[in-house]
Design a protein around this ligand. Structure first.
Ligand SMILES: [Zn+2]
Ligand SMILES: [Zn+2]
Length: 795
């Protein structure tokens, strides 16, 4: 009998789900394509089905545990699960990096639970990036009903009354890095018994710990290692028996190195996915150009515009739902998810009144109960379509869908495959569609399928040596226990410099026994916090909390006058109180949308590295970026027409970060045929496209980076294009861009030159987040600018 796997995480749904009518993906795709005048499909890739490779249970898995797994439908592990489990049981740190729903949980459940059953004192700590995922895992472990394990979630939602019981009695504690950082490590005295007996640390969905957040988590784990395990007898205070780290990752490039950076330990990798998979038909879809609007104003030179990916996705979702196919649409922004759900509902209700009720929006900022209810409804078939942000990527169990629509390239091939992996039940074929947005990267990808299907997924980038992360983390560590020289080795490169700096600023004091924290209050460190704490969205009339928006986006989304959507209901912001972290809104549905504008300034602080290529210079260094949301436009929803621009009074925000920039001599530009008057437009257009294409090589998101171009910068004294990390201290993206500058700028140049438009469009040089309203822009001069750079730059 073939093994059946329901453990990733538990799937109560498959029991009760109404699978709906079956549609072969090819038929369904033909049906979707038939609607358009011109064929929007640029490529169809068949991802074949794969048979599973089972393995015997490892000898050390006790009968009690095998029986418990069998009770949940697992009769034998897949080979990759058995391999990873065996390494972990042997005491090796291991990362298992395989596809969505490949049963990664069993790989850590086997060694962790076998150890808890064999040693009644042992404990296990499980970390998930979200509370929802930890709750799912808790359910899966609890359902095994193992004697004496007493699994429990310990997070912000855990009632005070239960916390002490958990600290004393639970042997399998499930939490998240934030709770570890804010609650468990600072209160380690109360956890000393648990930490001393810690045998395994499970880090689930570890690929989510990337960029600045990942760098913070890397140090939280070092703080955990410092306080857990049994102190080595007679040896240096720093040496302890370390718990074994078992990490689970989505498919990613070089997971061993990323896991090593995250934990600071040598980690073995298991990467061959031996679970069975249904075949997927994967289509690349480019929305058609809109018929050009009648240009009543002759002064406006309108670029050709494609149908928006949001509208296209809403129509596709309406079509699949109308066909009775259980579908999930991934939309990159919260607002986008709301818009897709609202448009889909409207389209369905026009066709069949009431059918719209079977579609909803889902995103991270919703309250827990709301999310749970939506998951349940989709799994049970009450809902047929869900428009979601990537919140669902985080392992909450919605797999086995018949169609997955991806609205806009999610930024990395790793995320793309993770989203597409939600499609397909074992033994059944499914459809995945990537709907291109009107931007340079998406357009490039749907016309270069080899860049989507022919390349390995990216590596997860994090940089624990970022001084903006290291110093505050060392401060947190010093509060927990004075830092010793042995600890500095644990925290890695730059730790000594960071400690010296903390001493110099008076935060730490050096004594013979180590470095001590000098203040009464703990340092305030937010792991996810490039933009500060989340802002609560509150309905003024009722006091009801609608959801939250991360601090970084709040100036853009919640400024006074902003139109804010929640579950398809439109609200207008009355007031944004930055001190209290709260925005007051009221229900109102105006016929315009709002678009915030910002102004940005960059100044060079230091140059780390540069290439002198004659008339061209390429630089990597630190910069100060000042930006301020200064106004917003109101645009008619129906036509996109700008109604007016209104000023805003929000504080400027400062960012010290890492940038890559290039300079060109005015003579080289003139020789390439760029008129002096067109230099700003050429640089600006090149900057936009370069930002758009950076995710192709640097595993970031377009929204993680910013840029600035100018015909004469005071610091470089030359025409200059800057591209910077949008995170304090940098996140490794600009550094990557500098390291692969020739490849990056070649793809940028080709994307612009190959675009079919005449004078520039959102598919090449226009940017949705331009603070200058995409003005000036010169497509032809952007190609000339990049040609000058590429002919001079050594590859
Ligand atoms: Zn174009
Ligand atoms: Zn711009």
């Amino acid at each position: 009998m073939a093994p059946r796997h329901d453990l990733e995480p538990s799937t109560p749904a498959t029991v009760a789900a109404d699978p709906g009518p079956r549609h072969a993906p090819a038929e369904l795709l033909a049906r979707l394509r038939a609607r358009a005048d011109t064929d929007p499909v640029t490529h169809v890739e068949r991802v074949p089905a794969r048979a599973g490779v089972p393995a015997p249970w490892p000898q050390w898995v006790p009968e009690e545990l095998r029986a418990a797994f069998a009770g949940r439908g697992v009769t034998a592990p897949w080979r990759h699960q058995a391999e990873a489990a065996a390494l972990a049981y042997d005491g090796q740190h291991v990362v298992v990096a395989t596809g969505t729903a490949s049963g990664k949980s069993l790989a850590y459940q086997m060694p962790a639970l076998a150890t808890l059953l064999a040693d009644p004192r042992a404990t296990v700590l499980y970390l998930a990036p979200t509370k929802a995922l930890a709750a799912d895992q808790l359910r899966a472990i609890a359902e095994l009903e193992l004697e004496g394990v007493r699994p429990a979630c310990y997070d912000g939602d855990t009632p005070r009354a239960e916390r002490e019981w958990i600290r004393r009695h639970s042997r399998f504690v499930l939490t998240n890095p934030d709770m570890l950082h804010h609650g468990i490590l600072p209160g380690h005295g109360q956890w000393s018994g648990f930490l001393r007996r810690l045998t395994y640390v499970v880090i689930d969905e570890c690929h989510t710990y990337r960029g600045v957040f990942g760098s913070h988590v890397a140090h939280v784990l070092r703080r955990l290692r410092r306080l857990s395990g049994t102190p080595g007898r007679g040896s240096a205070a720093g040496s302890r028996t370390s718990p074994v780290f078992v990490l689970a990752s989505a498919t990613s490039g070089d997971p061993a190195t990323a896991a090593q950076r995250l934990t600071g330990l040598p980690v073995a990798a298991v990467t061959e996915d031996t679970s069975p998979r249904g075949g997927v038909t994967f289509a690349l879809w480019e929305p058609p150009l809109l018929p050009s609007a009648d240009t009543s104003s002759d002064a406006v030179d309108l670029a050709p515009v494609r149908r928006s990916a949001l509208r296209e996705t809403a129509d596709l979702l309406a079509d699949t739902v109308a066909a009775g196919v259980r579908s999930l649409a991934f939309v990159r922004s919260r607002r986008g998810a709301e818009v897709v759900a609202a448009n889909t509902r409207r389209a369905l209700d026009e066709a069949v009144p009431g059918l719209g009720d079977r579609v909803a929006a889902y995103r991270g900022g919703y309250l827990r109960e709301e999310r749970r209810e939506l998951e349940r409804a989709l799994l049970h078939g009450d809902l047929l379509g869900l428009a979601s942000t990537n919140a669902l990527e985080l392992g909450v169990d919605l797999v086995g869908l018949d169609a997955v629509l991806i609205c806009g390239y999610p930024g990395t091939r790793a995320s793309l495959w993770q989203q597409a992996g939600r499609a397909g039940r074992s033994g059944q074929e499914a459809l995945a569609v990537l709907v291109a947005r009107d931007d340079p990267l998406d357009t490039y990808l749907v016309h270069h399928p080899e860049a989507v299907f022919g390349r390995p997924v990216e590596a997860t980038v994090l940089d624990p040596a970022n001084p903006y992360v290291l110093a505050p983390q060392l401060a947190c560590a010093a509060v927990e226990a004075p830092l010793t020289p042995a600890d500095l080795a644990l925290f890695g490169d730059g730790a000594k410099e960071a400690v010296d700096e903390l001493v110099a600023t008076g935060a730490l004091r050096q004594r013979p026994t180590g470095w001590y924290w000098r203040h009464r209050e703990r340092p305030q460190v937010d792991l996810r916090g490039e933009g500060g704490a989340p802002v609560a969205v509150v309905e003024a009339a009722t006091g009801r909390l609608l959801g939250t928006v991360d601090g970084g986006s709040s100036h853009f989304l919640l400024h006074p006058g902003a139109v804010y959507l929640h579950q398809g209901v439109s609200y207008v912001v009355d007031d944004l109180d930055l001190a209290d972290g709260c925005a007051l809104v009221h229900v109102e549905e105006p016929d315009w949308s709002t678009h915030a504008r910002d102004v940005t300034d960059v100044s060079v602080v230091s140059v780390r590295s540069y290439v002198d290529a004659g008339p061209v210079g390429m630089f990597l260094g630190e910069v100060d970026v000042t930006s301020q949301v200064v106004s917003y436009q109101r645009r008619r929803i129906a036509t996109g027409e700008v109604i007016d621009t209104r000023p805003l009074d929000l504080p400027a925000r400062e960012l010290r970060t890492v940038a890559v920039w290039f300079t060109l001599s005015p003579e080289s530009l003139a020789a390439a045929g760029v008129d002096p008057g067109d230099v700003p437009g050429g640089l600006h257009a090149a900057e936009h496209a370069a930002i758009g294409l950076l995710p192709l090589i640097a595993t970031c998101d377009r929204w993680d980076i910013g840029g600035l171009s100018t015909a004469l910068h005071p610091d470089t004294e030359a025409p200059t294009v800057f591209v910077y990390d949008g995170h304090p201290g940098g996140a490794g993206f600009a550094e990557r861009a500098y390291g692969t500058a020739a490849t990056w700028l070649r793809a940028t140049r080709d994307a612009i030159a190959e675009c079919g438009c005449e004078t520039g469009c959102p598919s090449c040089v226009q940017s949705p987040k331009c603070g200058n309203g995409n003005n000036p822009l010169s497509k032809a001069d952007a190609v000339r600018v990049l040609d000058v750079v590429l002919t001079n730059l050594p590859s």
